[in-house]
Design a protein around this ligand. Structure first.
Ligand code: RB5
Length: 159
């Protein structure tokens, strides 16, 4: 697959090792910056990577900041993106299986590199299950549709 990767200064130290790891798994990795570890603003790199994925120029995106949180907040606002902060391999598996996640957001400060490598490996190999999850992912993506005005106050959950 073609993978776009980006970070801020909080994730910079893990960016190159994770890019190299993804390449070692046979993926093409496009490093979207930054080129150095100086202070920078995570929304700029989240925007760059997320839009690249949303445009179909990469199959998946990986974003690393101090916590992963700012990256996920920003990337998720780009139409077509399903981004989340992932801290464990099990969540990585469920993020793919249930949510068809396409932008992985991880912490460079609170998650060890070896754990992030395993998270990246699962993110890049685990298939989406589809099936009962398809309608839920479709519903989540309605939020990107300017003609969707919400389920309304009268909505009653069936289960
Ligand atoms: C930068 O200090 C830090 O706020 C950033 O890396 C990230 O954790 C934001 O969510």
């Amino acid at each position: 697959m073609r993978i776009a990767i980006g970070s801020d200064h909080g994730g910079f130290d893990q960016k190159e090792p994770l890019a190299a790891y993804a390449r070692s798994l046979g993926h093409e990795v496009i490093d979207m910056g930054p080129a150095t570890g100086g202070r920078c603003d995570y929304p700029d790199y989240a925007d760059k990577v997320a839009r690249y994925v949303a445009a179909g120029k990469a199959d998946r995106g990986i974003l690393i900041c101090g916590t992963g949180i700012g990256m996920a907040i920003t990337a998720d606002k780009v139409p077509g993106i399903r981004a989340a902060v992932i801290q464990t391999p099990q969540f990585a598996q469920l993020f793919r299986e249930h949510n068809d996640g396409n932008v992985l957001c991880i912490s460079g400060r609170f998650t060890e590199l070896d754990v992030n490598k395993e998270i990246v490996r699962i993110f890049l190999t685990q298939e989406w299950e589809g099936g009962r999850h398809a309608v839920r992912v479709e519903k989540a993506m309605r939020e990107n549709d300017p003609d969707f005005h919400g389920v309304g106050e009268d909505f009653q959950a069936e289960n």
